[in-house]
Unconditional design. Structure first.
Length: 126
């Protein structure tokens, strides 16, 4: 050690507290806590927004399922009524061909309705 360091150093037996307001920089705790509070509020707001949109989407899916089932039932009823009317009206060759096409379309509709019912049965499980 140089002679200058002996002069600047405290005596060996002296207890020195160097944590005085002069040596510690004042930290802006209120800025840190303000940022933490603001970020927490932003995360909570984002979660609330996500929950609201998820609820809206779930309600839309349920409403669409309900309306789709009603409309398909109505279409099937109208097709069956038309098939009965044509069956009662008269039996010509053209009418028979049309009736055969109508029955094939009705069979396809039944298959599609069963597929939609099967697919929508999976949605409540999720």
């Amino acid at each position: 050690m140089s002679p200058a360091s002996y002069l600047a150093a405290p005596p060996r037996g002296a207890v020195v507290n160097c944590s005085t307001p002069v040596t510690i920089r004042w930290m802006w705790d209120w800025i840190v806590f303000g940022v933490l509070i603001a970020s927490t509020l932003a995360v909570l707001g984002a979660l609330a927004n996500l929950a609201a949109h998820a609820l809206l989407a779930w309600r839309s899916v349920r409403r669409a399922r309900r309306h789709l089932a009603k409309e398909l039932s109505g279409v099937a009823a109208r097709i069956e009524a038309a098939a009965e009317k044509t069956a009662r009206a008269g039996r010509t060759d053209e009418l028979e061909a049309s009736l055969a096409r109508l029955r094939r379309s009705l069979a396809r509709l039944v298959v599609l309705r069963e597929a939609i019912d099967e697919a929508t049965a999976l949605v409540p499980r999720l």
